[in-house]
Design a protein around this ligand. Structure first.
Ligand SMILES: *Cc1c(COP(=O)(O)O)cnc(C)c1O
Length: 446
């Protein structure tokens, strides 16, 4: 047996392989070389024969030049923060592709002059919320709040205080808190009421010469029940202090532009504006179902002031986001909205159709069955709302191999069983789910 170290083919030799040459064009030289180096190491270790190095390198190529992978969301959580929140619609993905090259995002092709950046997305947003006099888009919901606070509570007019209810001091995730965010751009908070209750008089007695605005934040990721009360936007709109109108800013969080029949307690932008909010802030990638973005809607002059502020430039949104947002607003129903529209009957029929397509011995060995399940909107809103759903129930030990598969499948373990919930999964992914389960169960694919 020859010394594997000596017999290991040289890098340029392996790279001459047609398949690896094609991969260099597609993925770039760095990732292909990494795959070759890994295959050479296996050869030196005696685990791969010298004439197999190219094959092993090809097999080890990444599918794309990103370490992020597509996963199948069988968790039943429609807007899953750790899975990237809203999946984009096909139309939005297509729009991102179009915008990825040179594009007229900021050019008026008719005149050849500079044009309003992202006007298509802004016009679509304005059309979707006719109650908004003006609209603007920034990087995310937190950026929208930061911009509002920075501009309205800067303090150069003596007004740097934001009045907010104690029960609305929300932590949005990963340790980030809305009150701390607002203080970080220079505002002071004047907290009113208690954790569970706040009344209009708490707000009105807190107003003084330093009040910049009143903020109402939707507690989008928790619910307080029992002896509670909060003040609706309509009562907070148009409050005055010393003859001056105090602006009302409403952070609805989830990005519902209008009321959704399945989420009756989730606030929407149109309603908040109709109730008299001067500004509404929201996320683009929760219930709207679009890309990460922060939406600002409201009184035209106020929105223009925000847009023209120097700080707005630091929060400026990318052309890819603008393209995806426009397609989300004008295109077909995005996946998040489609998930919200699924009925239990349809989900059950889907689940049975999936099981019917599995070989009988696989179904038997996994004790696979269709069970009722309960999904959720997720971190994106509607806390406490259970969305009736249907899942495939499998042995819990499949969770790890499914997560490690290609594509990875994420389910939910409940009382010793792994539930693959169909609510958040696109029906077009059902076949991929089947293939993934067969591989994870060691049954292979047909
Ligand atoms: C999600 C959320 C935010 C933060 O929005 P991001 O887009 O995540 O920055 C702010 N306020 C509320 C009420 C939210 O639900």
């Amino acid at each position: 047996m020859p010394d594997p170290r000596r017999a290991t083919p040289r890098t340029d030799h392996v790279l001459a392989d047609d398949r690896l040459q094609a991969a260099v064009t597609r993925l770039g030289p760095t990732l292909v070389k990494q795959a070759v180096v890994r295959a050479q190491e296996l050869c030196r270790a005696g685990e791969v024969a010298p004439d197999e190095v190219a094959d092993v390198a090809v097999a080890g190529l990444p599918a794309a030049a990103t370490t992020m992978r597509r996963v199948l969301n069988a968790t039943g959580v429609v807007v899953h923060t750790n899975l990237g929140r809203a999946p984009l619609s096909g139309a939005a993905v297509e729009a991102v592709r179009t915008a990825a090259g040179a594009t007229d995002v900021e050019l008026d092709l008719a005149t050849g002059q500079r044009g309003r950046r992202g006007r298509g997305a802004l016009e679509a947003l304005a059309a979707a919320v006719p109650d908004a006099g003006g609209v603007h888009v920034v990087n995310n919901g937190a950026a929208a709040l930061a911009l509002v606070t920075r501009v309205l509570a800067r303090g150069d007019d003596g007004r740097d205080t934001v009045v907010i209810a104690r029960g609305e001091l929300v932590e949005i995730g990963d340790g980030f808190r809305i009150p701390e965010l607002m203080e970080s751009v220079g505002a002071s908070l004047r907290e009113v009421g208690t954790t569970n209750r706040v009344h209009l008089a708490d707000y009105t007695s807190a107003l003084d010469d330093s009040t910049a605005f009143v903020l109402k934040v939707h507690p989008s990721n928790f619910a307080v029940t029992g002896f509670t009360s909060s003040v609706p936007a309509r009562d907070l709109a148009g409050l005055e202090h010393a003859g001056r109108r105090v602006p009302l800013v409403v952070d609805i969080g989830s990005g519902l532009l209008e009321a959704h029949p399945r989420l009756p307690h989730e606030p929407d932008a149109a309603q908040a504006l109709r109730e008299g909010a001067d500004l509404v802030t929201a996320s683009g990638d929760k219930l709207l179902g679009g890309p990460q973005a922060g939406l600002l809607l409201g009184e035209a002059g106020l929105v223009e002031r925000l847009r023209r502020d120097p700080f707005a430039r630091a929060l400026r949104v990318d052309k890819l986001t603008l393209a995806a947002l426009e397609a989300t607003l004008t295109g077909p129903v995005p996946p998040v909205r489609a998930a919200l529209a699924r009925s239990v009957d349809d989900l059950r029929a889907r689940a049975h159709a999936i099981l019917r397509a599995w070989p009988a011995d696989l179904v038997a060995s996994l004790a696979a069955e269709v069970v009722d399940s309960s999904g959720a909107v997720g971190g994106g809103g509607a806390p406490g709302v259970e969305l009736p759903s249907v899942a495939l129930s499998l042995p819990e030990h499949l969770a790890a191999p499914l997560r490690a598969g290609e594509p990875p499948v994420l389910g939910r373990t409940v009382r010793g069983r792994l539930l693959l919930d169909l609510l958040a999964l696109d029906p077009a992914e059902d076949d991929a789910l089947t293939d993934a389960v067969r591989r994870a169960a060691g049954a292979g694919t047909p």
